[in-house]
Design a protein around this ligand. Structure first.
Ligand code: ATP
Ligand code: MG
Length: 542
């Protein structure tokens, strides 16, 4: 964040105008939940304000009542606060300025810079032309100012149906910038607005409202994503024609965040949610802020990620492993180590007496000694992971194999002697012998839990939602849905975890970082989310 190109621009403007306060804004449309791409923009805008002792406004860009909802406003506020940022004073709404915006539109009409259009949507599109074909003037372009004023007023009074008319800026139908070919400024929408209720039936377009709201709030640097690059021409045109000439806000663009294996577009997220392939906006497999929070991501990890990706104009797709490295880094120091077996198989140690009980005192964290120690129990019957046992030896396999030895972490070496199977030929348990001497030997180490020290638990394992690296680019992104993106495992945890608080994070040794989601109650067993596995590419469950 420190030396990106936007920071350089800000430093320059401070040198030029040392007494001006830096003012930024984050302008979400309340038509969905925030995602990690929004976090990039939030971190940029709020960090700049914090760094230069300026302010950052939260402004709901609420110009389309058809798509907006109060629940989105609430979720957006909650997510920004959770990320650790504080907007300046009360949240603002573009709808706060509807009266003013209307007056500015009238001013443009009076200056012969806007007119009421009666071509329909398709005709407007056709007349607009393309990059290679210049546009042509609408037959309604040359109405008189008086006629335009009356029609616009009647539009406001609700005298015309939706889609029958709109207000357009009168700029240049031959401009090389398509955005300047008489863009639409106002349209008719008969929908109740969450803030202004039924007061309005005409609503300003984003391009008209945004620059004016920025100017009215005294925003100095209006930071947006690259797809608005051409819109900057219109941004400047509107402010100039409305005489916002005393230090008008300036727009700067940076590239959007794209993340491997994910969908971030709200339109596509809605499609996914409606298809019920995920469980709402907060599904832990989504990279929405609420999804990440539910999974167990921390605000620190998201902030760290936004710092690492930086701010540029390059369009790229960021590796998921970068985000995962950030959450591992944040959880590594704060999460106590425990043992859990998520896919259990029973081991009976034949050379131990039935009632053998032995305690090992182990550190809760290998580096953070302040986290103290705990006692783990060693008894005749234990659980290990199924994946840590193989009937046949494989190259570079470090688990338990018939006739071979392995070390139980913090405890003894065992050797597998015999497999006991049930009637269906399924492995029931493995008989092992243990070696009481704790000798050092270069053999594999596996985790385990004494059955006496274990309590049942379930583990929700999340994986990438899309197999394709860039599902946004696919014609039908749903085709790339990963049916194994959610797996529920039933296993065991150390008893001590049962007593600890909900929302505690752990590193379950050799498996990954987990979040305790629920307590045990009459109906449910304790449930954990896997936040992230321990290694990068290894996406199976251990
Ligand atoms: P979407 O394409 O997901 O619907 P949007 O741009 O329409 O997103 P807004 O609510 O308008 O969503 O976004 C608010 C702010 O967040 C804007 O300034 C926008 O540029 C920025 N933003 C949105 N998506 C990203 C992203 N992927 N990376 C960085 N900034 C983003
Ligand atoms: Mg948008």
């Amino acid at each position: 964040m420190n030396n990106n190109f936007i920071n350089k621009i800000i430093k320059k403007s401070i040198l030029k105008n040392p007494h001006d306060k830096i003012k930024t804004r984050f302008p979400p449309e309340p038509n969905g939940y925030l995602h990690i791409g929004h976090a990039k923009s939030i971190c940029l805008n709020f960090d700049i304000a914090n760094k230069y002792n300026g302010i950052c406004n939260l402004r709901f860009d609420d110009t389309n009542p058809k798509k907006e909802k109060i629940k989105y406003i609430d979720s957006i506020k909650k997510d920004i606060q959770w990320l650790g940022f504080k907007w300046h004073k009360k949240p603002k709404y573009t709808s706060n300025y509807f009266n003013k915006l209307y007056k500015y539109a009238v001013q443009l009409i009076k200056n012969n810079l806007a007119y009421v259009e009666e071509l329909n949507k398709n005709e407007i599109k056709e007349y607009r032309g393309t990059l290679t074909k210049t546009g042509k003037d609408s037959p309604f372009r040359n109405r008189t100012i008086e006629e335009n004023l009356i029609l616009f007023k009647n539009m406001k009074l609700g005298m015309f149906p939706e889609g029958s008319m709109c207000l357009r800026a009168k700029i240049n139908m031959k401009s090389p910038y398509i955005i300047l070919r008489d863009p639409v400024l106002y349209r008719i929408i008969f929908s109740e607005h969450h803030q202004t209720k039924n007061k309005w039936c005409i609503y300003p377009m984003y391009d008209f409202a945004h620059c004016i709201a920025d100017a009215l709030e005294g925003i100095t640097h209006s930071l947006c994503t690259l797809e608005f690059q051409d819109n900057r021409q219109l941004y400047k045109w509107i402010l100039k024609k409305l005489h916002f000439i005393n230090k008008p806000p300036k727009q700067y663009e940076f590239s959007k965040l794209n993340l491997e294996h994910t969908i971030l577009s709200k339109r596509k997220l809605k499609k996914l949610i409606n298809s019920k392939l995920v469980n709402g906006w907060g599904d832990p497999r989504l990279h929405t802020i609420s999804g990440l929070r539910n999974k167990g991501y921390t605000k620190n990890s998201i902030q760290m990620f936004c710092q690492k990706i930086g701010i540029t104009k390059q369009q790229s797709i960021v590796e998921l492993s970068l985000l995962e490295a950030c959450i591992r880094k944040d959880l590594n120091m704060s999460s106590p180590r425990r043992m859990a077996v998520i896919n259990p198989i029973k081991i009976i140690i034949t050379n131990l007496p039935e009632n053998h009980i032995e305690y090992f005192n182990v550190f809760n964290h290998p580096q953070v000694k302040e986290m103290g120690t705990r006692k783990i129990l060693f008894t005749k019957e234990i659980y290990i992971e199924k994946e840590d046992f193989s009937q046949k030896d494989k190259e570079s396999y470090r688990g338990l194999v018939l006739g071979k030895k392995v070390r139980l972490k913090y405890a003894y070496i065992i050797k597998a002697k015999k497999i006991l199977k049930d009637k269906k030929n399924k492995i029931n348990c493995i008989l092992c012998k243990y070696y009481p001497k704790k000798i050092k030997k270069n053999i594999g180490i596996i985790h385990w839990i004494s059955i006496k020290n274990s309590i049942p638990a379930q583990f929700q394992l999340f994986d990438i939602l899309f197999i394709s690296k860039n599902p946004e680019k696919q014609d039908d992104f749903m085709q790339s849905y990963n049916p194994n993106s959610y797996i529920l495992k039933k296993g065991y945890i150390e008893y001590i975890v049962y007593q600890e608080k909900v929302n505690q994070t752990y590193q379950f040794e050799r498996i990954g970082y987990f979040l305790k989601k629920t307590k045990k109650n009459k109906k449910k067993i304790i449930s954990f989310n896997r936040i992230v596995s321990l290694k990068n590419k290894h996406r199976s469950f251990i």
